[in-house]
Design a protein around this ligand. Structure first.
Ligand code: ASP
Length: 326
């Protein structure tokens, strides 16, 4: 009799907890920033450009995963595509700091090994996410910044670009507008990029790349290269990339907090991510959002701004791309 009751209870537990199974063989989720993204801001042609580029990045990542690519390599490739586009505030198209310079930050984390790599204040490397991956894989460190990071890049033979490569007229105009208005909260165009991946082998990885915030002070580093703030991945929980007002994301250790809630409180990804973005951060008017995927292929993309460029594609499904609040 006891055995029958035990068996029935076990069946009941599994039946109730339907999220606890791998629903998708693989999948990826991306963002192209939150912030000053709201209906009416972009023309239909501009919206189409953003959608096309997000779609190109998603499809490239999907094909890699379908062919057995691993999570870390996929994160790097997808972010490279977004870094190379002037549409986003990362790589080409990065915003200018208060001195009229582009200083780029990026990080990547491998949820299988819990290894991580990050770079800050980069001025001459075309794809900061690739340098972050090199720091993770070829150095004993997690984070390298400024000249030291670029010295390491030259030692391992990474290609350099002239800092003028990052010049973008629209970003320059944005800096001038902020300087004129002197309004701290003026159009601080965001547009950071990020990617989180579940591969066929059950491994998770995440990465984030950014130019930071327009008119930031020299030497300012945001949340994007901070492991646990802008990027986090743990095979036992989820992979996450954040975008938003970095100072708040650092103080609230946003991506780690979501993973920790899943681990210690046994919350689902959806519940944990939603609580941190729409409750905890919203209460202190900290603007931004995250994209995330868990080990089962569940996706969560909460944000507390008017819009967030975002999308996902999972095995056997069509891509979903969204720009604004639904
Ligand atoms: N989080 C980035 C930073 O504060 C900005 C962004 O996501 O748009 O540097």
């Amino acid at each position: 009799m006891k055995q029958v009751i035990f068996l029935l209870l076990t069946i009941l537990i599994f039946a109730c907890d339907s999220t606890q199974e791998k629903k998708y063989e693989f999948g990826l989720v991306i963002h192209g920033g939150a912030g000053t993204i709201y209906r009416g801001r972009f023309s239909p042609e501009e919206e189409a450009e953003y959608i096309d580029k997000l779609n190109e990045a998603l499809e490239a990542g999907y094909v890699m995963l379908e062919n057995g690519g691993n999570a870390v390599a996929t994160v790097e490739r997808v972010i490279n595509i977004l870094e190379d586009s002037p549409l986003f505030n990362a790589g080409k198209g990065a915003v200018f700091n208060a001195e009229g310079l582009n200083e780029l930050d990026a990080s990547i984390m491998d949820g299988a090994t819990m290894n991580a790599g990050a770079v800050g204040g980069i001025t001459k490397i075309k794809n900061p996410i690739s340098l972050a991956r090199e720091v993770m894989e070829k150095s004993p460190h997690v984070m390298m910044v400024g000249d030291g990071a670029e010295k390491f890049a030259s030692e391992i033979g990474m290609p350099f670009v002239d800092p003028t490569y990052f010049f973008d007229n629209q970003r320059w105009e944005e800096l001038q507008n902020i300087r004129k208005s002197e309004a701290e909260e003026a159009d601080k165009k965001m547009g950071t990029v990020g990617c989180a991946v579940l591969d066929k082998y059950g491994n998770l990885a995440a990465g984030t790349s950014t130019g930071g915030m327009t008119n930031k002070k020299y030497g300012r580093i945001g949340d994007s290269p901070i492991i646990g703030a802008g990027t986090y991945a743990d095979n036992s929980t989820c992979a996450i990339s954040a975008t938003g007002h970095g100072e708040f994301f650092i103080r609230n250790v946003v991506t780690y907090d979501i993973s920790a809630r899943m681990k210690y409180l046994e919350e689902t990804l959806q519940v944990a991510a939603n609580y941190v973005i729409n409750d905890k951060l919203a209460k202190i008017t900290a603007k931004g959002g995250v994209i995330s995927i868990d080990k089962y292929g569940n996706v969560a993309m909460p944000f507390n701004t008017e819009g967030m460029f975002r999308g996902y594609k999972r095995s056997g499904e069509d891509a979903v791309i969204l720009l604004y609040k639904e």
